[in-house]
Design a protein around this ligand. Structure first.
Ligand code: FPP
Ligand code: MG
Ligand code: MG
Length: 327
């Protein structure tokens, strides 16, 4: 991911620490079994924005020890956890493309993808133990929330629940949680004061949800060359997203055809293409984008706990990048 940084010295520090994280990650994804190393390196080598490690490093700038070994370890933990979750997610979503490469389930099979995800998660757990019992507890809670969010996505909301609120809860669990933890780890392991840690965790939670909502908008709006994924995968798999829920909730007669398509079988290629085209042109897309922008403003407000300066500006810019991302 391009560094959303205004101050050149800060950018240089972050670049050099990200390079450290990359070298460390490369060491952590190795196994004594060559095939396991190949499968575990597969998605990491295919690319990725390193959004979560970057947030750890950026949040760490709020404390007196931004370059500590613990900060680098924390950056590796969040990326390995994220990678693990992608292997599992692609199995659940039956996705065949990730980061412009075959997903692990497409390249090998579901068994390899699931167990490689477990391997990466074990590696991140081992590293978490190096950071002490509090980190293990935070990591376990984060994992609980990731899994709860991911499970709740697969079931309809309870009868009396608002589908959009339910969806936002799912998004906060499956994505907001780990990004909140990234900001929290950065603050904690650089020795930032407790109130800064709490504000940055809350900021991360909102930015994380906004990141997922932007991702879901891009799943509809973008071509696979930009996103490295197959467009319309959520739609095909029946995974609810904010633009679809907003478009679904209208009683405009002009939406009758879209509603009919959304209610039917979207694994059919022609119906899927028609629904995707109608959604791309639907005002729900802009409503969803505006919601994301409003959430990032909320996140930026939380940064007032930090002194004015390059670090706060970089975190503000980081939230803006999420709201306006195109890949
Ligand atoms: C991607 O969502 C998926 C997640 C953000 C979380 C997945 C979480 C799990 C599978 C549970 C945790 C498992 C482990 C091993 C840590 P998406 O499908 O909406 O996004 P995509 O477009 O990138 O596929
Ligand atoms: Mg997916
Ligand atoms: Mg998914």
């Amino acid at each position: 991911m391009a560094l959303p940084v205004l101050d050149e010295r800060l950018a240089a520090r972050l670049r050099s620490r990200l390079a450290e994280v990359e070298v460390a990650l490369d060491g952590h994804v190795r196994s004594e079994a060559d095939f396991v190393t190949t499968a575990a390196r597969h998605l990491m080598a295919a690319g990725g924005k390193r959004f979560r490690p970057l947030l750890v490093l950026l949040a760490a700038e709020a404390g007196p020890h931004p370059g500590s070994d613990e900060v680098v370890t924390a950056a590796c933990i969040v990326e390995l956890t994220h990678l693990a979750s992608l292997y599992h997610d692609d199995v659940m979503d039956e996705a065949d493309l990730r980061r412009g490469a075959d997903s692990a389930n497409a390249r090998w099979d579901n068994h390899v993808a699931i167990l490689t995800g477990d391997f990466l998660f074990s590696k991140s757990s081992e590293l978490t133990a190096d950071l002490g019992a509090d980190a293990v507890r935070i990591q376990a809670r984060t994992f609980t929330r990731l899994v709860e969010g991911q499970i709740l996505e697969t079931v309809p909301p309870p009868e009396d629940a608002d589908p959009i609120e339910h969806h936002l809860r799912v998004v906060a669990g499956k994505t907001g949680s780990l990004i909140a933890t990234s900001a929290l780890y950065g603050a904690r392991f650089s020795g930032a004061p407790r109130e800064v840690e709490e504000a940055l965790a809350a900021y991360g939670e909102i930015v994380g949800s906004a990141f997922q909502l932007s991702d879901d908008i891009l799943d509809i709006a973008s071509e696979s060359v930009e996103s490295g994924k197959t467009p319309g995968t959520d739609l095909r798999e029946g995974v609810p997203t904010l633009p679809v829920l907003l478009a679904r909730g209208t009683d405009d007669p002009a939406d009758a055809r879209l509603h009919e398509l959304l209610d039917g079988d979207l694994t059919d290629d022609a119906r899927h293409a028609e629904a995707l085209a109608l959604l791309r042109a639907h005002p729900a897309m802009d409503r969803a984008r505006s919601y994301v922008v409003a959430r990032t403003h909320e996140a930026k407000d939380l940064l007032k706990v930090l002194p004015e300066g390059p670090v706060r500006e970089a975190l503000e810019a980081f939230a803006d990048v999420v709201a306006t991302r195109t890949a």
